[in-house]
Structures are given as structure tokens and as C-alpha cells.
Design a binder for this molecule. Structure first.
Ligand code: MCN
Ligand code: CUM
Length: 796
């Protein structure tokens, strides 16, 4: 006789199973791109531009060619003869692979050397002589549109200025009417500065073209191997079935490993030319100055308010600095990503958003860094504006939010910008957060402290964000629709392998996908191995970003397991000699409805699929599911931070951080908490110390870990996490919503709001991130906002 299994014991849904991948990671046994060595492998280094904007008069590589051990020097002119000097971007622009006419940002790729070892290649790079004629430099949107500004993209026909796009969404006339009816209009201007995902592992690739088989294998640090395969096939015009992209273990992605970088392209071309494997591993400075930036948007926001606190309308003007190439890797038809997900959590009758994108002499980027395509800016702007508006009304921060939240009974809710929210319990999350932080009591203590000259502050950030691109109706990358996939093979002994089109970079898919299989089939999680990242074996998928893995690939895992269960049911009916209609399922077992003692396990069904299938049934127990989600998932979070600011120095300490996250059903609560803690750490970093900016010459300040600060365990405050609010996603097969980015998205505003709150009464409405002590001190001492753009004042 068989019995239903205890889901907790087999590692199913809701179990804080230890991460199986950590076993090899914490022993130093991971297999990262740089760990791979192929026979006959050569090494590539990139020569980067020292200048932010300059015409290239000549490049003389003859000395580099003469260095013993050098096999190839690639320059833009050589790339041009193969039509590879420029490549298309995912945002329908072009990007230089190796510079030909001009360099357009500091750190831009100018030439590559391929040599016996990386040291020879580096030395040879230094032997290349480039004659530059410096040009005026642009480092912010204001300069970009100024009279007489040099045109950065003079390579493009019809590009007479530095504007990339004007884009707008919402109801302009309705919003104007709302402002006419307003009792109070609140306004806030600020800058979300550039930041960088900065994974510990930099980017890199090993291209291996085999002339004998005509097959190109590329090991590389990509979050989206299938997209890369498609891009290589289309750009290099190689046959897709002869391209194999393998993304081995990834040492953190955080969005940095979504875009296509020149280094990948050059290593591939070099391998094809030399017919030997070519390895390129970026160094930290190369990573920080040239790849996948994020943010860099200016906001001019206004809110129309009724005296009692009701928000009547929101108007936002945003200026996005995209750097030298418009290479946002984002799948929406919206020029500025999902920025218009802003204010989604609030019930607002009218809203209008106008955005302008401009070029500058800075590295390209835009949407990367733990952000579902600019939702980070969207939520930051929203929560900073909410705080300013409540202050302008003289209203309590929590009461103002509660009054304007979308109500539980109003889901699905259509936002004024057109998104459809699936579900949530916003008031409940806020209440849990307020209780945890001891809100009323803190406000009293704040008053008392104030009387003694001590500055305490409390910041709230309540946000929802759209996670899980796409559905295929609305989202695509260069026409490739957004969906994802899972393949499940159950072996005859009941062990299984699941593969998806996603690619884990540290999120723990090897652990959590097995838990979903376990939940659906009753196969113990330890009997399920997860494999991702090899385009020759994984089903086609769009990769991991925008916290889309659980919403899309994770859903596909559940769906494919259900297909397997349906076939296993037919096998069970055969084994039990009853008709399929008489079969019932409970975890891990089918049984006869009228005789519950008579049952077979899923493992017995698996064996039968290979040894005892009914006549006419196709043998085997495996299947594939492609999942096209009906909608995005909308997790909600309430982050509350309290701080004390030292008025003498501007130094601020975090007293408490409370996080209430509702991401629907949690597959693995421990992994979810790890994601939240990681995101809060990054939020704290952005709010307090991380600064990647530029001086007037376009020099990148923040090109190394002395200047670009990563918080260690020493600086990072403690976090108090709450999981009591669970609103299952109504359209996801197991009710899960994404979580991978929430805390990094919603967190920064909570920290900033807390510091601004501590300064209340001084008239200071804004200090731009990072809130370094000198900025806080300056704001406090001179009672003025610190809102600014690069260039930084190092050259004043
Ligand atoms: N999870 C869960 N229950 C849920 C939701 C998620 O147990 N309801 C689990 C998932 O199964 C997965 C993890 O939490 O193991 C994150 O899931 P999800 O929210 O689906 O996000 P993704 O797996 O798609 O990860 C992407 C997201 C992004 S876009 C960035 S950027 C980021 C992030 O994840 N980069 C990371 N977190 C990171 N964490 C690490 N360690 N390294 C990175 O590079
Ligand atoms: Cu935009 S960072 Mo994550 O989506 O890979």
C-alpha cells in the first residue's frame, strides 16, 4: 500500500530548503567562465579610450603586431571590412563594436589584441598608438540640448542633435483639469544618479570556433543565452544550429549580463579568424566604466492634491541620459521602459508622463541593475513625491498613503498609465510595517529627541512593481516574443531533470525549480536536478532578468509537471486496471477512488513508462511546456527605515529597517529572504555611498572599488523581515509573484525619506543620492536642497 507524501519532508513548496548550488560555491568549486581552459586557447584584451569624446585621426598597431606571442590585433577598420564595426542594439539603435570615426565615452573599446597570454595582450594594447583630437564633452541632458552642443552621434544620418526620443503616456488634458481643481500642488525635482550593478564576477567570454565541424561554441557570462544565440546568428550571419551558447556558473548578474558587449563580438570574430579558442575576461575597471549602467534620470514631478489628502493627478517630466548609444536591453515598446508603472499602487484619476532621452559622452546603459526596466526610478520618484506631498499637506505619511492606496476589493485595477494590477493587500502590508516599527511611539520619541537637538527620522516606501516580462502580446525583444519554457524528463527510476530557458546567476533556481516539481509530482526535490544555460540542451527561453524566472519559467515548470502528471495518470490507470476516470491524485501517488488503498506511486508510473506502457502509448515520461503569462505579476512591499542624523557631521545611522514583502506564494522562504536582504543592502548602498559620476571632461569617477563603494557586512544595517501577508497571484499556476528586485527597487526611497524626515522643519526637501555625510551636512547647515547633476565639482 502507498501513502500520500508529506510535502515538507520531500522539499516541496514553502520549504526553506538549503540551496543545493551552495555546496559547490562555498567550497570554491563553482565553474565560472574564467575557470574554463580549452586546448590551444588564446587570450584577448581590449584597448579602451582614455577620452570621453575625440575624433580618431589614426591608429597605428604595427608595434603591437611585432610583439612575440601576439596573434591578432583587431581595430575598427578591420571590423568594418566585415561589416562588424557597428552592431544593432536591442533598442533599435547602433553601437560601435570597435571605434572607427570617434570615441564617444571614456572606456570605449578601440582595439583588441589576441595573444598567448593576457599579459602579452595587455602589453601589446599599450603599444598601439592612437592619435586623438579631443572634442567638447557632454555629461548631462542639459548640456546635450544646449545651443551649439556638439552632435555626439554624427555617424547617424538624420541625427542633427543629441535627442534620442520624446515619448509620452497618459491623459494630458485630464491631468491638466485635475491640476485646475487642486487645493495644493506639490512639486519635487531630483536626479536618480547613475549606478552600476557591479557583480563580483566581471563579464567575459570564450569563443571556440571549430573549422572541422563548423560549430561555434561560446562560453559566456550571459543572463540570456538564447537571445545571444539569436543575435549571433542574425548579426554574424552564422547558421543558428551551428551556434552553441553556454552560460556556466555566473558570479552575480544583477542586470549587468543582459546586454551584448563588444568584447563578446570581438572574441567570437577572433576565434573564427584564428580557428582557436579565444578567452576574454574583463577587469574591474573595464566593467565599471563600460558596461551596463543603470538609472541616470532627472525628474520634475508635480502632484495635484485635495486638501483632505486625495491625490487628483500626477504630472511627471523625465529626462533620461542614455550615454553614447541607446542600447537599453528591454522588451517593451515603451521608449523609457516601464517608468510609467510609477504610482501604480495608488488610485489616481489622472496622470501624464513625458520623457525625453538624450545622448551623452558616457557609457551606454539604462535599464540594468536589479530593475524591471526602469521600475526602480519609477518607484523611487513615486515614493519621494509621496513624502513631499504629505509634508506639503501637513499630513501624516502613513495616513496619506493608506488613503490613496488601491483597495483590496478593486483588483484587477487599471492604472492611469494602462497597466493592469493583478492583486494585493496594500493596507495590510502597511499596517504590519507600522506595527513592527512601532510607528506612533517612534513619532513621540522623534519629538522628544528634537527638543534635545537630536535628529531622528522615519522613511516609508510602499510600492508595487510589474515583474515577469512579458506576455507575448505586449513584450518582445527585436520581435522575439516574451514567454518562457521548461522541459522535464522523468527517468525510469523516478529521478528527474528539469531544464528551463531562464539562467540563474545566484538566485537559486537549482533549488527552487526542483521544489516546484516536487509540489506537482511528489518526486522528492533531491531527486530532481536542474540545468540551465546551454542552448544545445535547454528549451528556448528569454533568460533571467526583470525577476521573470518565477513568474514565467517557474510557471512553465509547474505546467510541464502537470503534463507529466496527466500521462502518469494514464499509466496508473493501466497499472491499476481501472479506467482513468476512476483515478484520484494525492501528492506522489494515484489511487482508485473506490478503493483508496489500491494505488501506485509516481515512481512506479515512471518505471511503467519505460517497461509496461499500455498498447498504443508512446514510451517515455518527458515533456516541454512553453508558458506565455496572461499578465505581469505585481508584488507589493512596504519598507520602513528609521535613522538618526548627526547634525555636526551629517553622518546618519540606520536604527531599524522593516521590510514587509508580499510576493504571493513563496516557493522557498529562505531564498526569498536572501533576495530581500540582498536588495535592501543594494538599496542602502545606493542611498548612502555608491556614486558613479563624471567630471566635466567626462572622466568616470567611480572606476574602481576605492571610489565605487560596495557595503560590507560591517556597514550594512540589520533588517527585520515580515512574511505574514500573502496574496497569491491569481494568474500564476502556483500563485507566485517575482521577488528578485523588489527591495532594491523600493528600498532606496525608504532610506532617503528617513533622512529627509530627520531634517524636517529645516525646509530641506531633497538631497540627491548618495546621501554622503557632506551633502547632508551642507543641506542641514545651509538649509538648502542638494539636487544636482554631474559634472562633479572636483575640477572647480
Ligand atoms: N522565489 C521564491 N518564491 C517566490 C518568488 C521567487 O521562492 N514567490 C525564488 C525563485 O525561485 C528564485 C529567487 O527567489 O530562486 C528569485 O526569483 P525571481 O523573483 O523569479 O527572480 P529571478 O530568478 O528571475 O532573478 C532575477 C532577479 C534580477 S532581475 C536581478 S537583477 C537579480 C536578482 O534576481 N540579480 C541577482 N537577484 C539576484 N541574486 C543574486 N544572488 N545574484 C544576482 O545576480
Ligand atoms: Cu534590470 S537588472 Mo535584472 O532585470 O537582470
Amino acid at each position: 500500500m502507498t501513502q500520500a507524501l508529506d510535502e515538507i519532508k520531500i522539499g516541496g513548496l514553502g520549504v526553506s530548503r538549503k540551496r543545493v548550488e551552495d555546496d559547490r560555491f562555498i567550497r570554491g568549486k563553482g565553474n565560472y567562465t574564467d575557470d574554463i581552459t580549452l586546448p590551444g586557447m588564446l587570450h584577448m584584451e581590449i584597448l579602451r579610450s582614455p577620452l570621453a569624446h575625440a575624433r580618431i585621426k589614426s591608429i597605428d598597431a604595427s608595434r603591437a603586431w611585432d610583439i612575440p606571442g601576439v596573434h591578432l590585433v583587431l581595430t575598427g577598420d578591420m571590423m568594418a571590412t566585415r561589416n562588424l564595426a557597428w552592431m544593432p542594439t536591442l533598442s533599435y539603435d547602433t553601437q560601435a563594436v570597435l571605434a572607427t570615426d570617434k570615441v564617444r565615452f571614456q572606456g570605449q573599446e578601440v582595439a583588441c589584441v589576441i595573444a598567448d597570454d593576457p599579459y602579452i595582450a595587455k602589453d601589446a594594447c599599450e603599444a598601439i598608438e592612437v592619435d586623438y583630437e579631443p572634442l567638447p564633452v557632454i555629461v548631462n541632458p542639459k548640456q546635450a540640448v544646449a545651443e551649439g552642443a556638439p552632435v555626439i552621434r554624427d555617424d547617424k544620418e538624420n541625427q542633427a542633435d543629441n535627442v534620442i526620443y520624446h515619448w509620452e503616456v497618459g491623459d494630458a488634458a485630464g491631468t491638466d483639469r485635475a491640476f485646475e481643481q487642486a487645493d495644493v500642488i506639490s512639486r519635487l525635482q531630483l536626479h536618480y544618479p547613475r549606478s552600476h550593478p557591479s557583480p563580483i564576477e566581471c563579464c567575459g567570454s570564450i569563443a571556440d570556433f571549430n573549422r572541422a565541424t563548423s560549430k561555434l561554441t561560446v562560453y559566456m557570462t550571459t543572463q540570456a543565452p538564447h537571445i545571444i544565440r539569436a543575435a549571433v546568428a542574425l548579426v554574424a550571419e552564422l547558421p543558428e544550429h551551428m551556434i552553441r551558447i553556454i552560460s556556466p556558473d555566473i558570479g552575480g548578474g544583477f542586470g549587468n549580463k543582459v546586454p551584448v558587449y563588444p568584447g563578446y563580438v570581438c572574441s567570437i570574430l577572433a576565434s573564427i579568424l584564428l580557428e582557436r579558442p579565444v578567452k576574454w575576461i574583463e577587469d574591474k575597471t573595464g566593467n565599471l566604466i563600460s558596461t551596463g549602467f543603470a538609472r541616470d534620470i532627472y525628474l520634475d514631478g508635480e502632484m495635484a492634491l485635495r486638501q483632505d489628502g486625495k491625490i487628483l493627478g500626477v504630472r511627471m517630466r523625465c529626462d533620461a541620459d542614455h550615454g553614447a548609444f541607446f542600447s537599453d536591453a528591454q522588451p517593451s515598446k515603451f521608449k523609457i521602459g516601464l517608468l510609467h508603472s510609477t504610482f501604480a499602487a495608488y488610485d489616481i484619476p489622472a496622470a501624464h508622463l513625458r520623457a525625453r532621452g538624450t545622448y551623452s559622452n558616457k557609457a551606454p546603459g539604462g535599464v540594468a541593475y536589479r530593475c524591471s526596466f526602469r521600475v526602480t526610478e519609477a518607484m523611487f520618484f513615486q515614493e519621494r513625491m509621496m513624502q513631499a506631498a504629505a509634508d506639503d499637506l501637513g499630513m501624516d505619511q502613513a495616513a496619506f498613503r493608506r488613503m490613496n492606496f488601491v483597495r483590496d476589493e478593486d483588483f484587477p485595477h487599471r492604472t492611469p498609465f494602462g497597466f493592469l494590477l493583478d492583486s494585493g493587500q496594500y493596507r495590510k502590508c502597511l499596517d504590519v510595517g507600522l506595527k513592527a516599527v512601532g510607528y506612533e511611539d517612534f513619532r513621540k520619541r522623534q519629538e522628544e529627541a528634537r527638543a534635545k537637538g537630536r535628529l531622528l527620522g522615519l522613511g516609508i516606501s510602499t510600492m508595487t512593481e510589474p515583474l515577469g516580462a512579458g506576455n507575448s502580446r505586449e513584450y518582445d525583444i527585436l520581435g522575439i516574443k516574451m514567454f518562457d519554457s521548461a522541459e522535464l524528463k522523468v527517468h525510469m527510476t523516478g529521478k528527474a531533470i528539469v531544464r528551463t530557458g531562464a539562467r540563474t546567476q545566484g538566485q537559486g533556481h537549482e533549488t527552487t525549480w526542483a521544489q516546484i516539481v516536487s509540489h506537482e509530482l511528489g518526486i522528492p526535490a533531491e531527486d530532481v536536478v536542474v540545468e540551465e544555460g546551454d542552448t544545445d540542451t535547454a528549451p528556448f527561453g528569454m533568460g533571467t532578468y526583470a525577476s521573470r524566472s518565477t513568474p514565467v519559467a517557474g510557471a512553465a515548470v509547474a505546467m510541464v509537471a502537470r503534463k507529466i502528471r496527466a500521462k502518469a495518470r494514464r499509466l496508473a490507470a493501466h497499472l491499476l486496471e481501472v479506467s482513468e476516470e476512476d483515478i484520484e491524485w494525492e501528492l506522489g501517488r494515484f489511487y482508485v477512488r473506490s478503493a483508496p488503498d489500491r494505488g501506485v506511486t509516481i515512481q512506479e508510473c515512471a518505471m511503467a513508462a519505460y517497461s509496461n506502457m499500455p498498447d498504443g502509448m508512446e514510451p517515455g515520461l518527458e515533456n516541454t511546456a512553453y508558458y506565455d503569462p496572461p499578465n505581469l505579476t505585481w508584488p507589493f512591499a512596504c519598507y520602513i527605515v528609521t535613522v538618526e542624523v548627526d547634525p555636526a557631521t551629517g553622518v546618519w545611522d540606520v536604527l531599524t529597517t522593516v521590510a514587509v514583502d508580499d510576493c504571493g506564494v513563496r516557493i522557498n522562504p529562505m531564498i526569498v529572504e536572501g533576495q530581500i536582504m540582498g536588495g535592501l543592502t543594494e538599496a542602502y548602498a545606493m542611498a548612502s555611498m555608491q556614486f558613479i559620476t563624471f567630471d566635466a571632461e567626462g572622466n568616470c569617477i567611480g572606476s574602481n572599488y576605492m571610489d565605487y563603494l560596495l557595503p560590507t557586512a560591517w556597514e550594512t544595517p540589520g533588517f527585520e523581515l515580515h512574511s505574514e501577508v500573502v496574496t497569491p497571484c491569481p494568474h500564476h499556476p502556483i500563485g507566485a509573484k517575482g521577488i528578485g528586485e523588489c527591495a532594491a527597487v523600493g528600498g532606496p526611497a525608504a532610506f532617503v525619506n528617513a533622512v529627509i524626515d530627520a531634517l524636517s522643519g529645516t525646509g530641506v526637501r531633497n538631497i540627491d543620492m548618495p546621501l554622503l555625510p557632506d551633502r547632508v551636512w551642507e543641506a542641514l547647515t545651509y538649509r538648502r536642497d542638494i539636487s544636482g547633476a554631474p559634472p562633479v565639482a572636483t575640477d572647480d
